[in-house]
Design a protein around this ligand. Structure first.
Ligand code: ADP
Ligand code: MG
Length: 625
């Protein structure tokens, strides 16, 4: 037997690191600015411990483009490095000074916001640079060091005459990466990744108007001065305590996050935990209405104020990806694949926490200001209904504040609704029948008919409502939903027994085949019913079950296979037109009446289109001629 150590040749590994460390070359800037920020935060921390004496001075970082020299500079006034430290932290790939610092200052440094982790970030510079220089002067009383490396494993380290504390990284940008010498490109990167980093970052200068003196003439022009262009807000709202923020601050931060978004958010949820995991953030409920196809990548994920991604899939439950805002957590492992994330215990806890906070916020809004909650309902219902469908924990909480609006603009919770209809909306077995419409205009005549009978008609119009209805029916006993134009409404016990049949039994027996002879299409099944004589002669209803399955299919899920179109053609035997059909002797005239009646029923369901509609209009004209 033999044991040994695998010998990794640096010459072979180095090009790999350069090329494949990150798929996205642009992140080199994020890494270098993170290091500069770490160096600055370490200095502040050491100063707070008294290990660094005196005033720290201005700590602003700077990013500078030297287009002529084809160089990019990243300059900080942080702790710096001695030559020994350069050897240790830079020349030893994958040795993280950040980790070591956290280890050394364990307790006190826990909240110092150190970003570095794997000791690889620095080398991402070689993805865009053919040569990299580090000129660095430690806060310790030692000479400055100058390190140069051309991307081969060989480097040069010599003394430098740099006097002021801090580090300057100089990238000699590669010919195939010259985009990173463009001001617009770097500006865009800074605003994407570094907009909320905790140390001010200067990038160029800008002109600013001086305030006019009070006695200035009306046409006086403001004097301009050149000031440093600071690209970031080092103290974004989510890092502050909720008690220090007003409504206006939250709205202001929303505008900062989404400068092109004109609509204000409805409300926000401030996330803030430090045990058993660290997480801060602010989520906003935008006005959603019924639109499920809105952009989902609006929540931004940060780690210690460094932007990481706007794809929070796997971290935030699916239904909350409809929200906007920021989540900041150093505890989300991003070096694993997304599918793996969902199985990660810590991530599961984070996701549960967020769900709970959202539910609690909604619940308190509902309790504190029911009216306001009702007004917002239309814009937030999609998220809530989606959440109720997909997360059982959320369902339990949301049941108490999810609202069921009626076509008259009243709002009931599910419990209130059951209480309201329990006396007059039951079937013969005592099962509750909850009536609903999905469209006020198209189902107008059905809604009216149901309301005339004293029934409560809900207006449930979100795209996923059929799924939720299905879920409510299976999780609650003894109730079912019925759409006003569906067949299930027939199960309601008829209270108004004024609808006694006007036709005799023989007449009714005669009528059915007469109608079936004309209505031959198999999708209609004819049913005779003694209904209100003032109502329609023919009414089309669709089996509740069929229609719902179809809808569920359209919005995903539900059963597989396609459902045929099926309708019940209710013939109102009390209507005078139906009496007329029965008494008409000529077959041709009878056929015309039946076809006309059927088309009217289809018209009221918006089912008459194209050629059939043209034929209907022609027939109507013939009739009145
Ligand atoms: P990490 O940040 O994960 O520790 P990096 O490869 O990004 O790894 O950096 C390696 C180490 O080099 C850092 O931990 C730090 O000790 C040192 N370093 C890098 N950049 C700077 C800087 N601007 N100022 C001081 N030290 C730095
Ligand atoms: Mg780093």
């Amino acid at each position: 037997m033999s044991k040994g150590k695998i010998n990794v040749a640096v010459e072979n590994i180095f090009p790999l690191i350069k090329k494949f460390l990150y798929s996205d070359h642009e992140i080199f800037l994020r890494e270098l600015i993170s290091n500069a920020t770490d160096a600055t935060n370490k200095l502040k921390h050491l100063s707070s411990l008294g290990e660094v004496k005196g005033d720290l001075g201005d700590l602003t970082l700077e990013v500078k483009i030297d287009a002529k020299g084809k160089k990019l500079h990243i300059i900080d006034k942080g702790v710096g490095m001695t030559a020994d430290e350069v050897n240790k932290y830079i020349n030893e790939v994958a040795f993280s000074g950040a980790e070591e610092f956290l280890e050394q200052y364990k307790e006190s440094a826990k909240d110092s916001g150190i970003i570095g982790h794997f000791g690889l970030g620095f080398y991402s510079a070689f993805m865009v640079a053919k040569e990299v220089e580090i000129i660095t002067k430690s806060f310790k009383d030692e000479p400055a060091a100058h390190w140069t490396c051309d991307g081969s494993p060989e480097y040069e380290l010599k003394e430098s005459d740099k006097k002021e504390r801090g580090t300057e990284i100089i990238l000699h940008i590669d010919a195939d990466s010259k985009e990173f010498l463009e001001e617009s490109r770097i500006g865009a990167l800074l605003s994407k990744y570094n907009k909320f980093m905790p140390v001010p970052i200067k990038f160029g200068t800008r002109e600013e108007n001086l305030p006019l003196p009070e006695d200035a003439a009306d046409d006086a022009k403001a004097e301009t001065v050149t000031v440093d262009n600071i690209i970031n807000n080092p103290n974004p709202a989510w890092t502050k305590a909720p008690s220090d923020l007003k409504e206006e601050d939250y709205k202001g931060f929303y505008r900062e996050l989404y400068p092109t978004q004109f609509e204000e958010p409805l409300f926000n949820i401030h996330l803030n935990v430090d045990y058993p995991f660290n997480l801060t953030g602010i989520l906003y409920f935008p006005k959603l209405n019924n639109d499920l196809n809105i952009q989902k990548d609006r929540i931004q994920l940060y780690q210690n104020q460094v932007f990481v991604t706007d794809n929070v899939e796997g971290i935030v439950p699916e239904f909350l990806t409809l929200l906007r805002g920021v989540i900041d957590s150093p505890d989300i492992p991003l070096n694993v694949s997304r599918s793996y994330l969902q199985a990660d215990g810590a991530v599961k806890k984070i996701s549960n926490y967020i769900t709970r906070k959202v539910a609690d916020k909604l619940s308190s809004l509902f309790k504190k200001d029911r009216k306001g909650f009702e007004e917002k309902w239309n814009d937030i219902k999609v998220v809530i209904e989606y959440g109720m469908l997909s997360e059982d924990k959320f369902f339990e909480k949301a049941e108490k504040f999810a609202l069921f609006p009626t076509t008259d603009g009243d709002y009931f919770t599910f419990e209130e609704l059951q209480e309201k209809v329990k006396d007059n909306q039951t079937d013969k077995d005592g099962k509750l029948i909850l009536l609903y419409a999905s469209q006020v205009e198209e189902q107008h005549s059905y809604i009216q008919a149901a309301k005339d009978k004293g029934y409560t008609v809900l207006l449930l119009d979100s795209p996923i409502i059929s799924h939720l209805i299905q879920k409510l029916e299976t999780s609650k006993e003894n109730l079912s939903f019925a759409r006003v134009d569906g067949d299930a409404i027939e199960n309601l016990i008829k209270k108004d027994e004024a609808t006694v049949s006007k036709l005799s039994e023989e007449e009714i027996e005669k009528l059915k085949p007469i109608i079936e002879e004309v209505v031959t299409d198999e999708k209609y099944s004819v049913q005779l019913e003694a209904m209100d004589s003032q109502g329609l002669p023919f009414v089309l209803t669709q089996p509740e079950f069929m229609r719902r399955m179809k809808e569920m299919q359209q919005t995903g899920g539900g059963m597989m296979g396609s459902f045929p179109e099926m309708y019940t053609l209710l013939v109102n035997t009390n209507h005078s037109l139906v009496g007329q059909i029965l008494n008409t002797k000529t077959a041709k005239k009878r056929e015309r009446l039946i076809k006309q009646g059927l088309d009217l029923a289809r018209l009221s369901q918006n089912l008459l289109k194209g050629e059939e509609l043209t034929a209907f209009i022609q027939r109507s004209l013939d009739l009145i001629k």
